[in-house]
Design a protein around this ligand. Structure first.
Ligand SMILES: C[S@@+](CC[C@H](N)C(=O)[O-])C[C@H]1O[C@@H](n2cnc3c(N)ncnc32)[C@H](O)[C@@H]1O
Length: 224
């Protein structure tokens, strides 16, 4: 399904959140969207491998991944046309000569083949987007379906701040709620469920005393 069929309310909400924020997004988020660079470093993209970012925002992560793994083929989707406008401009300014394909689409209902001409990806990642997607479990299932054999899905997002003081957790979560961000307490258990569903393996790790949660789901390689 393309964005035109997507629940337009959520697309409009995200456009509203980011219409102005996108201009200062990269500058400000580096202080609190922790763990993104670890995720990128661990992508370990194979030469010629395909990489999809779901909820790619300004394209900041894609640029960094492309610098680290220049032989990959990169694809990004986001529900916000506002964010994609920044991503396009940024990739044009700083990106490598090889084209990056970007598309407006809903993470819960997209057809990767129709958008990009690619059905499965060697690496799929979602960085700080599941906490903004109402039906995040469906988005996670869609992402897992896109993993090629022997490939992996990497997720980083706000955790439950389980080893941080209670007051910090309360302040952070109420501040995040103002921006329609809800840390997913069931992220790890849902990653484990997805591992069972696709006969893969999930590895889940809290980082920074639970400020961030990071999880990797690997699909088994084909054995003849
Ligand atoms: C906090 S930003 C993260 C951007 C980027 N991944 C990063 O790490 O900087 C969340 C992004 O998710 C996108 N998003 C929210 N709901 C979405 C959905 N249902 N489908 C696709 N993208 C979505 C937003 O438009 C926004 O660009």
């Amino acid at each position: 399904m393309s964005l035109t069929d997507a629940p337009s309310g959520h697309a409009a909400l995200m456009d509203g959140v980011y219409r102005n924020q996108r201009h200062i997004y990269d500058l400000t988020r580096k202080y609190y969207l922790l763990g993104r660079d670890r995720l990128i470093a661990e992508l370990d993209v194979p030469a010629g491998g395909s990489v999809l970012e779901i909820g790619c925002g300004t394209g900041r992560n894609m640029l960094r991944a492309m610098n680290q793994f220049p032989n990959g083929r990169y694809y990004g989707l986001d529900i916000s046309e506002e964010m994609l406008a920044t991503a396009r401009a940024s990739l044009e300014r700083h990106g490598p000569s090889s084209p990056v394909k970007l598309a407006a689409a809903d993470a819960t209902a997209f057809d990767a083949h129709a958008l990009f001409g690619v059905e499965k990806f060697d690496r799929v990642y979602i960085s700080y987007a599941l906490s903004m997607i109402p039906d995040w479990r469906l988005a996670l299932a869609r992402a897992a379906d896109c993993i090629a054999e022997g490939g992996s899905l990497h997720v980083v997002d706000f955790g439950q701040q389980e080893r941080l003081p209670g007051w910090f957790r309360a302040v952070l979560q109420s501040w995040l709620a103002k921006f329609h961000v809800e840390p997913r307490a069931e992220l790890f258990s849902t990653m484990n469920d997805e591992a069972v569903r696709i006969a893969g393996r999930a590895h889940c790790r809290p980082l920074y005393r639970g400020y961030t949660w990071y999880a990797v789901l690997t699909r088994a390689a084909h054995t003849p």
